[in-house]
Each structure stands twice: as C-alpha cells, then as structure tokens.
Design a protein around this ligand. Structure first.
Ligand SMILES: C/C(=C\Cc1cc(O)c2ccccc2c1O)CCC[C@H](C)CCC[C@H](C)CCCC(C)C
Ligand code: SAM
Length: 266
C-alpha cells in the first residue's frame, strides 16, 4: 500500500519553493488503487462536485465559523509559510491565504484530484490578489513532500479521521512544523456524552444521508457515522499528539460539542 501512496503526483509544485538541498519533486500520475486509502481517495473524488454545497446546507453555514476558529488557533500570521493538510476544496487554504497575506505562502495538499480541481477553480473565480500565494499539491498526508521544520503553522480540517494511519500523519506534521509553531486540527468530536453522540448519529441518519442520497451519494455520507465512531476522543487526540513528540496539546470542544479542535505545539 505504501508503494501505491508514494505514487502521488505533485501539482504546480515549484522546485524554487524548496531549499536547494531538497530534491525536486517528481511528476507522476496517481495510480488507481484498491487499498483503504485508494477507496477513500475515490470517495472524496466522487463527492467533490457537491461537497461545498452540502457542507453549507447540512451545517446551516456553521462550518465556516468552525473553520475560522481553526485558523485562529493555528497562530498563522502575516508573512508566514503555512500548510493546509487534506485541504479538499480549499476552505481553510483560502482563509490561511488571507491571514498570511501576499508576503506569505500557503500550500494546500490533498490526494484527491477532483477536490483539488474544485479548489483551483474557486481560486480563479474569486481572484483575490493574496490568493496568488497559494500552491495546490496533489500528495499524501502520510509522506509529505517538504523538508523538516518548513512551516510556521499547519491546519487540517476533517482530515485526520480520514487518513489510514493517524500516528504517521501526526509524526509527519511534527516533522515539517517549526519548533514553537502549532498545528490546528478540526474534526467531528467523538463525544463521550450520550446525548450529543445520539444527536449527531440521528442527524447523519435522518438529514445527512437522505440529502446525500438525492445525489446518489448515500453510502459515501453514511461513511461519516462509522468514521466518527472509529475516531479518537479529545483526550485520545491529545495523547496522540504528545506521543508523536509535540510538547503541548489541548483539545477544544466547539459547535455545541459536535465538533472539536486539537491544538498542538511542537
Ligand atoms: C462540515 C460537515 C461535514 C464535513 C465532512 C467531513 C467528512 O469527513 C466527510 C466524509 C465523507 C463524506 C462527507 C464528509 C463531510 O461532508 C457538515 C457537518 C454537519 C453536521 C453533522 C451537522 C450540523 C448540524 C447543525 C445544523 C449545526 C448546529 C450547530 C449549532 C452550534 C448548535
Ligand atoms: C472531509 S474532506 C475535508 C476537506 C477540507 N479540509 C475541509 O475542511 O472542508 C477530507 C479530505 O482529506 C483528504 N485526504 C484523506 N486522506 C488523505 C491523505 N492520506 N493524503 C492527502 N489527503 C487526504 C481527502 O481527499 C479529502 O479531500
């Protein structure tokens, strides 16, 4: 499986953005794969055309607030070089771009070609001057094409739950983030409160899946429920970060306990 994942291509990846000691990325095509990672990649490719609209509809626009909180916790500031991991259609990437401004640099990395294509067309449509600081990279969160200590901040929205190896993903984030800098990881909160988890499961069964089924995507959205149940609690996420080597980790429940944000400092 590692071999398959290593065959990720790199989009618009300019060697000039890397120190000269860093090998130039090789342009390769993604291979269709049948492993768990390949199935998830295919799922995110399939849902790409409706992903943004469904997020707005299903969360009643609330996901925009949760994403702004994630940016704020990342500590990204003007002039920084930052990474949005598992960027999908780019919501967090665009917010980071505004935050670091034209003197900064933002990399949006994802393994779904279709999600990146939506992100790139949104970039052309909105055409704000600072958006020129964005570079989209088709790549693997488990094998990042960046040197050690390269970033001043990292964000990851709804990504950690979807990668096939969370420990490895955490170790990769630790490797590429600067000492003293932060990662800010937004995802569903695997709540220990029965009322909160019942409400979330009820929402998925009775709102999310029925709406998604009208686009022929019922199964893809039903995956949400099992993936949240297989995910980690806030305390487990803090432990994951500390075990990987972060010096500090704090988990915040947000959105009435439906969502959570892990903030860890290297
Ligand atoms: C932001 C949302 C979904 C992101 C998302 C993440 C994934 O990992 C996926 C995997 C596979 C398919 C799709 C996705 C995916 O879309 C939408 C979240 C919706 C919430 C479950 C429902 C929120 C309900 C309330 C209206 C919010 C009210 C909050 C208020 C503060 C009380
Ligand atoms: C639910 S979407 C989140 C998109 C965006 N961050 C957001 O907040 O809306 C999850 C994204 O993670 C990406 N992803 C999952 N595993 C990945 C991996 N190993 N490497 C790169 N991207 C991955 C998927 O392609 C998908 O675009």
């Amino acid at each position: 499986m590692k071999g398959d994942l290593l065959s990720m291509a790199s989009l618009q990846l300019s060697p000039t953005n890397f120190p000269s000691c860093w090998p130039a990325p090789v342009r390769r095509r993604c291979q269709p794969v049948r492993c768990a990672a390949g199935e998830r990649q295919a799922l995110f490719d399939r849902i790409a055309p409706v992903y943004d609209n469904l997020n707005d509809l299903l969360s009643l626009g609330q996901h925009r607030i949760w994403k702004r909180m994630t940016i704020s916790w990342s500590g990204a500031k003007l002039g920084d070089r930052v990474l949005d991991l598992c960027c999908g259609s780019g919501d967090l990437t665009f917010l980071l771009s505004e935050k670091v401004g034209s003197s900064g640099k933002v990399f949006g990395l994802d393994f779904s070609k279709e999600q990146l294509s939506v992100a790139s067309s949104r970039q052309s449509l909105r055409a704000r001057p600072c958006f020129e600081n964005i570079e989209w990279i088709e790549g693997d969160a488990l094998d990042l094409p960046f040197p050690d200590s390269y970033f001043d901040a990292i964000t990851m929205g709804y990504g950690l739950r979807n990668v096939v190896d969370r420990e490895k993903s955490m170790r990769e984030m630790l490797r590429v983030v600067n000492s003293g800098s932060r990662i800010s990881v937004l995802d569903f909160n695997k709540s220990l409160q029965p009322l909160s988890s019942s409400f979330r499961d009820w929402m998925i069964d009775n709102a999310i899946v029925p709406v998604a089924s009208s686009y022929g995507l019922a199964e893809d959205y039903a995956y949400l429920k099992s993936s949240i149940n297989d995910f980690l609690t806030g305390a487990e996420l803090e432990k994951l970060a500390l075990d990987a080597g972060f010096s500090n980790a704090q988990y915040y429940e947000i959105g009435a306990g439906l969502m959570g944000n892990l903030v860890a400092t290297r």
